[in-house]
Structures are given as C-alpha cells and as structure tokens.
Design a protein around this ligand. Structure first.
Ligand code: HEM
Length: 517
C-alpha cells in the first residue's frame, strides 16, 4: 500500500515536472517572441528616425473598441452606395495622409501624389499586393493581376509583348462589336440604360482580342449567363479583397458556383479558340495572342484560362465604366455634348470606320475622356502592403511635411478618386466636369497627381486598348444618334454625390439612362 502511494507520488511529481517544463518552455518561447518583436520594432523605429520620420500628423479617432463604429459607418455607407462620399467626408477633416487603426491593424490611407509615387514607383520593391491573391484566387486563379515578384514579372513580360503585337492596333477589331452595339441601341430607341450595353461591348472585344477571333458559340444567352456569373463573382471577390486576411469569412451562397461558371466558360472559349486556330490554315502566318500564351504556359490550359480571366477582369469593367460615366456626364452637361458632337461630325462626317488617325484629330474627345477618368477613375482606391520597413515622404510632423515610417505588414491604401478631386491640385472647380480644364498650362505636368491607369512598373497594360475602344464607341454613338439627352425622371446631381457601386471597380449604381433618338 505504502509502496503504491510512493509510486503515485513519484508519478505525480514526474507529471508536475513535465508540466513545469512545458509551462517554462511556453513562457520562454513567449518571451523570446516578445524580445524578437521588440528588437525588430526598435530597429524599425531607429530606421525611421535615421530617415527623419515623425509621428503621423493625422490619426483617425474612433469611439468603440477596435474602431467598430468606423466599420459600422462604412458598412452603412456601402449599403447606401455612398462609400466614397463617406471617405470624402473623412478626408475633409483628416488631411491627405492619415493613420488608421481598424480591427486591431494599423495602416495608412493617402491621397498625396508624392506618397503614391513612392508606393508605386520609387519604393516599389518595398511593397507587394498582400493577401489579394488569396482573396481573388477562387475567381481568377493565378495571373498578372494577383501575382507578385518573379511570377508577376514573367506574366507582365509575356502579356506586354502580346499587347504590343495585338490586332486591335488599327481598330478594325473593334468595328464588328461597336456596330453590334449601335445596332442594338437603334432597335430600342427611347429611354435606354447604356451601362449594360457597354459591359457587353467590353467583354466581347476583350475576349475577341485575346482569343484572336470572335467566339461564334458566344451567343446572347450564354453571354448573359457568363456576364451575370462574372458580375456576381467579382462583386463578392471585391468584398473578400477588402477583408484582407479575413477574406475567407465572406463566401455567400452561389459564390463558388459563379466562379466555377466563369472558369468553365473561359476554359471552353480557350479550347475552342485553340481548335479553330489549329483548323485554320492561316494560323501559320497569323499571330494569335492565345496560341502564344498557350505555348508560353507549357500548354497548360488551366494556366492560360486563369491568365485570360485576369485580363478580362482588368479590361472589361474599367472600360465599360469609363464609357458609362462619360455619357452620364455628357447628358448632364449638354454644352459639352454639343461641342463634342460638332467635333465628331466635322472629323468623321458620314464615315462609320473610326480610325486611330480620326481619334487623334479629335482633341476635345480626348479631353472629355481625360476629365471623365479624373472624376471617376475606374479603380478609385487601391492598396499595397509593406514588405520591409520603409518610409513615405509626407504625412509626419506638425505640418505633415515630414516622412512617416511604414512598418512591415502595414497596408497603405491610396485613393486616386480623392486625389484627382483635390482643389489644391485642380483648382476651386475641381468637383465640376470641365473638359476645357485640360487646356490650362498649370495642369500640363501633373505627374503623379493624375493616375487613372496606375503608374510605375505596374502601369495598366491595356491603357491604349481601353482609350481607343472608349473613343471609338463614344464617337460612333454620337454620330449615329442625333439626339442624346438626359432621360426624363433622371435627376441632375453634382458629380460624386450620386449613388455608386463599388466592387473592384467603380460604376453607376443606377446605370446610365439616356433618351436616344
Ligand atoms: C479605361 C480603361 C482602363 C483603366 C482606367 C485601367 C486601369 C488600371 C489600373 C488602375 C491598374 C492597376 C491595378 C493594380 O495594380 O492594382 C490596371 C492594371 C492592368 N490593366 Fe488596366 N485599365 C483599363 C483598361 C484595361 C484594358 C482594356 C485591359 C486589357 C484588355 C487592361 C489590362 C490591365 C492589366 C493586364 C493590368 C495589370 C498590370 C500589372 O499588374 O502589371 N486594362 N489597369
């Protein structure tokens, strides 16, 4: 009995020592981690001091723990389709570079051209896209839009070469699609919402451009199914991207099904295009984007499919939103439309074949587009994440003119939308639609103050494609319809006060209703 009790005592003291060792190991680990973190933090602070960094001038204040009041306000504004208006209010009293601590994470939001230049260009290597690839992968897999580092460089080089050689260069590739658009608008004259028409146009042209030919099997019904799935998947994906590391918490019903539809349709388009290419005797002397992509991706159809979806997501909504906002503004500013119409008529006359040379002879059209992209940059807000301790030139010290320290892991959100409406850059009339402002000499060299296509190494690859398609489409619609007016019942609103739909890109929440005759 006594023997047993002794063994139990031995056992229990043995267990106690094991527990003690585990607790000690855990505590040592925590101390080690803490010391490591504190040392890293101190080194980063020293780095900041050495580079003249000062504490942020402006810090977002909040009332509830974890800034839940700010989050709640954001969700409410999102539901009311007024998220960017809410941010406009914040910028108004906070200044142009702000430190934010939301849900326990600290980062910065900026609309300073110098800071944006640092993030996108001069300190490009210090930043990356962060969790964007994880949040987007269900829909768009791996491709240029989600990659960083060497994988992105490879995709960029591959696609850049293809964009240079693409067959839209003389704009003939746009003709069939723009004429289809004009035809379907003519069929339904009267009050028309132009927005869905533009989304169809940009989807069709982008697909045709990448695949090298129109997809014959891509009829209206299939187009709508693909389009709807594409819309649904990108809407949900945009919210997942905004949630950062917590993206997986948001996957409403139908999301994965929509992603699957987008992927399987695109895969089928790719297969059809490759087959048509093989069947075509012309393929030996005709360059096709898709064929090159296929051989460069080691004939892996899924990699090609993902790269195609990446280009589609970059190209479709951006250009459609630009065209839609352009008409939204034109019908609200009839004097601008009148001036543009007179330019289109004098340059094009009766000729329906819009060429690059014609577009170059329409400077007012170019100013209208430039002004539309100023007020409504299709990618209004974007984010980068810090890879290694770095600095931004502005936002610190009492006057905000000193650099600020950006620690690894911190997000830096930059708002092109708000920067391009700054009165100190564009003048007191910055909020108005005024294409003539682009004739002013003081706007001749804005550099990073105007940035609808991004800048630095990740500059948009489809800039010329998007601008040419939008110019072609707008000129042809104006030529085809002598009367384009604000639809009855539509109200005149100051740009920026209307309801907006914010996914990965910005669009009109209420479409673009016009009266066509
Ligand atoms: C008015 C039209 C357009 C605007 C305003 C626009 C704007 C942008 C912006 C802001 C980015 C940077 C996104 C980021 O880094 O987070 C971007 C990237 C990109 N855009 Fe565009 N875009 C337009 C049209 C197009 C079109 C038509 C295509 C293709 C057909 C296209 C292809 C791309 C690609 C491939 C990238 C990724 C570049 C990279 O990361 O290296 N874009 N675009």
């Amino acid at each position: 009995m006594a023997h047993n009790t002794l063994r139990e005592q031995d056992l229990s003291s043995g267990l106690t020592s094991i527990r003690l060792v585990i607790v000690l190991a855990f505590v040592s680990f925590c101390i080690y981690r803490y010391v490591l973190k504190a040392t890293k933090y101190r080194k980063e602070t020293e780095f900041g001091e050495k580079n003249g960094c000062k504490p942020p001038t402006s810090v977002l204040a909040y009332k509830w723990p974890l800034a839940l009041d700010v989050v709640k306000r954001g969700f409410r504004a999102g539901r009311q389709k007024k998220l960017l208006s809410l941010f406009t209010d914040y910028w108004g009293f906070l200044g142009s570079t702000v430190e934010l601590t939301i849900l326990g994470g600290t980062g910065y939001a900026t609309m300073d051209p110098d800071n944006i230049e640092a993030v996108l260009s001069t300190r490009f290597e210090d930043f990356h896209l962060g969790p964007r690839n994880l949040a987007m992968s269900a829909m768009i897999g791996e491709g240029i839009f989600t990659q960083d580092g060497p994988a992105w460089k490879h995709s960029r080089e591959l696609l850049r070469r293809q964009f240079v050689r693409m067959q839209y260069q003389n704009l003939e590739g746009f003709r069939e699609h723009v004429e289809n658009l004009v035809g379907s608008l003519s069929d339904s004259r009267g009050i028309i919402d132009l927005q869905p028409h533009f989304y169809r146009l940009t989807l069709n042209t982008t697909i045709a451009m990448i695949l090298g030919q129109s997809v014959e099997s891509f009829n209206h019904e299939m187009g709508d199914l693909f389009s709807n799935s594409f819309n649904k998947a990108s809407l949900i994906t945009a919210t997942r991207v905004r949630l950062g590391d917590l993206y997986f918490l948001y996957a409403p019903r139908g999301f994965f099904a929509a992603c699957k539809t987008v992927k399987s349709y695109t895969e089928q388009f790719v297969r059809d295009a490759l087959q048509q290419d093989r069947d075509s005797m012309k393929s030996s002397d005709k360059y096709t984007f898709i064929n090159d992509l296929y051989s460069e991706h080691h004939q892996d159809i899924r990699l090609v499919r993902d790269q195609v979806i990446n280009v589609l997501i970059a190209g479709r909504d951006t250009t459609a939103a630009t065209m839609s906002y352009a008409f939204r503004l034109l019908v609200r500013y009839p004097n601008v439309l009148k001036k543009l119409r007179s330019e289109v008529e004098s340059v094009l006359g009766q000729d329906k074949d819009v060429t690059r040379a014609y577009i170059q002879r329409m400077p007012y059209l170019q100013m209208v587009l430039k002004e539309t992209l100023r007020l409504y940059p299709p990618v209004p807000i974007n984010t980068r994440f810090c890879k290694q301790a770095t600095t931004l030139p502005l936002g610190g010290g009492p006057d905000g003119r000193s650099p600020i320290l950006i620690r690894p892991g911190m997000p830096v959100a930059y708002s092109v939308y708000h920067m391009q409406r700054r009165k100190d850059i564009y003048g007191p009339d910055a909020g108005s639609f005024l294409p003539e402002r682009w004739e002013r000499s003081e706007l001749a060299d804005l550099k990073w103050g105007y940035l609808p296509f991004n800048g630095g190494p990740r500059l948009c690859l489809g800039k010329d494609f998007g601008l040419m398609l939008a110019s072609y489409g707008i000129a042809r619609i104006i030529q085809a319809f002598p009367k384009i007016e604000l639809a009855p019942g539509e109200i005149w609103e100051e740009p920026g006060t209307e309801r907006q739909h914010l996914t990965l890109t910005l669009s009109n929440a209420d479409g673009c209703k016009v009266l066509l005759a």
